[in-house]
Write a protein that binds this ligand. Structure first.
Ligand SMILES: *[C@@H]1O[C@H](CO)[C@@H](O)[C@H](O)[C@H]1NC(C)=O
Ligand SMILES: *[C@@H]1O[C@H](CO)[C@@H](O)[C@H](O)[C@H]1NC(C)=O
Length: 232
């Protein structure tokens, strides 16, 4: 049988193509970050220790921002914060949703605003809460494993504190995330089906990273694998 001298050349995959979010710099280094929506208009940074988790969102809007955690991925019941900056003042509330309607302000405020501002990109909100607030009725306990994150934003600020304008279908979504167990290795994974990206410390420095794998099969036994890593 003739020896198969097959050379096949294929670019198997774009393993990862992720870049520092243009124009967005977190207010301090965060261990984890993710592009929450497909357009890159909602960026989430977070870090945690044994007791607390700190989030920072950068959202392309000068209106209000909603962010929350939901056991079932639906808009209710969910533990949410709603925030916006108006005339240089940051408004921020710990709420929960009980129906497909505006969130209700929690009796116990367990999420605390650390920072709020509007910049060239949009709105920045930084906030912290305990992993376990012990508020069983109104807050979602954050623990190991996948949690559903829900997000929304609106181009306008609410007219009054109590009237959040219903956000259109383009400006909200949900995403599954393991907040406490994402690997913090210096690697990037990209899965094209749901645009889940794991981005690490070095991406906070606005680094562009491009991974290209070139796969050359020389014989049945011999395969050359080339991995190009390009920092831009
Ligand atoms: C998170 O980042 C800080 C500094 O930015 C670093 O000291 C710490 O080790 C990091 N933690 C993890 C889990 O990667
Ligand atoms: C954990 O993080 C919170 C919020 O940043 C902070 O107040 C607390 O001191 C930290 N705990 C430890 C043990 O570092």
């Amino acid at each position: 049988m003739a020896r198969q001298q097959m050379i096949s050349l294929a670019i198997i995959s774009y393993l990862a193509m992720a870049w520092g979010y243009a124009g967005v710099k977190p207010t301090e280094p965060f261990n984890y970050s993710i592009e929450v929506d497909p357009n890159g208009d909602f960026l989430l940074f977070w870090k945690f220790n044994d007791t607390h988790i700190t989030f920072e969102v950068h959202v392309k809007t000068y209106g209000y921002v909603g962010f929350g955690l939901s056991e079932n991925g639906n808009m209710y019941p969910a533990d949410v914060v709603v925030g916006w900056v108006k005339d240089g003042v940051t408004h921020f509330k710990d709420c929960h949703t009980t129906a497909h309607a505006s969130p209700v302000v929690d009796i116990h405020q367990d999420w605390f605003l650390l920072h709020g501002e509007e910049n060239d990109f949009g709105t920045v909100l930084k906030f912290v809460r305990k992993l376990d607030t012990c508020d069983k009725n109104e807050d979602e306990k954050i623990q190991d494993g996948t949690i559903r994150m829900i997000y929304s934003y609106h181009p306008n600020d609410p007219v009054t504190d109590d009237s959040l304008i219903y956000h259109g279908p383009d400006h909200r979504g949900t995403k599954s995330l393991s907040l406490l167990s994402m690997s913090s290795a210096a690697s990037v994974t990209w899965s094209t089906d749901n645009h889940d990206v794991r981005l690490y410390d070095f991406l906070n420095e606005n680094v562009r990273l491009l991974y290209v794998v070139l796969y050359i099969r020389v014989t049945e036994q011999l395969v050359y694998l080339y991995v190009f890593t390009i920092f831009m």
